[in-house]
Write a protein that binds this ligand. Structure first.
Ligand code: PLP
Length: 364
């Protein structure tokens, strides 16, 4: 079957581009002696996690304890939960998983560390902890060396857990890769101060986990970093393209949609609305449009109803007609994939199969 025969809306993944993206990031990490621990929140699919492991990633990253269970089911033996998990049921789940897998969790306060420690003792397991450091995003993470050291010292005194190092997320850096030097130097300086404080106190930090897709290939410039956690790089999207972190041919994913109405002059409506594309903005561009339409540079997706994508075709000499199909590059692929129960994968347009989005809805 050709992708043009798939019922729409559908998410189609070019498996050749996907493989190339996986190989290229693995090659970069290997060349610089960095461990690659991809964030699986982008795909949530066991088969892709297994592909990442075949490309040399011993460990994977998740945000949720249920996602950790899915990735353990996929055969991953070393899972990082890059999220300050809170709640006894979640701590219990991770403590049980830690009996058979190496589980590491990022924390930025003592309460979840104590909760994880208590559940690990009860389960007879050991959970690794990373102290999360805020390097500029102002989302999570302790603010600097004093707070990091204080938390690390308290963690060191807890039973059932093991202090394994630091985690940072440079998610505030959306400069083009060639213009990231100043921002990354600041991250490096902040890391160095914390690592120095830990060293002086005799607290080991064998893991320093960082990396996002926009900064991924500059990670070796942030000295001290031992592993990176890019997620979006597997598929890429309009945001990744806009920031210059990938080329157009590196975008592996398209949302296929059909024009269902052109009754309103200047408009074409497609069967992909906010429940298919998400309403995420184009943050690396001019913030206009809810995706780009292949082959129609003059057409903008100006609005979304739940099941209707509103295309402004007023500037197009030959707009698509009712029944015609379009291929859309989503602004932000991660939440888009999370809206679909299945992704179709193809090579040169020939559909080879589909993957269930295994961890979709596993939000605990
Ligand atoms: C803590 C953390 N690490 C890594 C990533 C992956 O970054 P990216 O989406 O740029 O690949 C994310 C993304 O949200 C994240 O929140």
């Amino acid at each position: 079957m050709h992708i043009s025969e798939l019922e729409t809306p559908a998410v189609a993944v070019d498996v050749d581009v996907l493989e190339r993206n996986l190989a290229s990031m693995a090659e970069y990490a290997g060349r610089h002696g960095l461990q690659l621990r991809p964030h699986t929140k982008t795909h949530k699919i066991e088969a892709i996690a297994q592909m990442q492991r075949r490309h040399g990633s011993q460990g994977l990253t998740v945000a949720k304890s249920e996602e950790a269970e899915v990735m353990a089911h996929a055969g991953c033996a070393d899972i990082l939960v890059a999220y300050p998990v809170y709640g006894q049921a979640k701590w219990q789940r991770l403590a049980r998983l830690a009996r058979e897998r190496r589980i590491t969790v990022a924390v930025d306060s003592i309460t979840p560390a104590e909760g994880l420690a208590a559940e690990a003792v009860r389960a007879g397991s050991t959970i690794g902890l990373l102290v999360e450091l805020d390097v500029g995003m102002r989302r999570c993470g302790v603010p600097g060396p004093e707070a990091a050291l204080a938390l690390a010292q308290r963690i060191t005194g807890l039973p059932g857990v093991e202090m394994r190092g630091l985690l940072y997320y440079p998610g505030h850096i959306w400069d083009r890769p060639e213009a990231q030097a100043t921002a990354l130097a600041s991250v490096e300086a902040q890391l160095a101060a914390v690592l120095d404080a830990l060293r002086r106190a005799g607290i080991p930090a064998p893991i320093v986990s960082g990396g996002s897709t926009p900064t991924a290939r500059n990670s070796h410039r942030v000295r001290g970093t031992t592993e990176i956690r890019p997620g979006t790089y597997v598929f890429n999207d309009r945001n990744t393209l806009g920031v210059g972190a990938c080329a157009a041919e590196d975008i592996a994913v398209r949302v296929l949609a059909t024009v269902v109405s052109t009754a309103v002059p200047g408009r074409a409506i497609v069967d992909a609305g906010s429940k298919t594309l998400t309403t995420d903005r184009w943050i690396s561009g001019n913030d206009q449009g809810f995706g780009s339409v292949d082959g129609y540079p003059g057409i903008k997706i100006t609005g979304l109803s739940e099941e209707h994508g509103h295309l402004d075709v007023s500037q197009s000499a030959a707009p698509p007609r009712v029944g015609e199909r379009v291929a859309i590059v989503p602004n932000h692929v991660c939440p888009c994939v999370n809206l679909h129960s299945r992704l179709f994968f193809h090579s040169k347009g020939e559909v080879l199969g589909s993957w269930e989005v295994d961890a979709r809805g596993r939000i605990h």
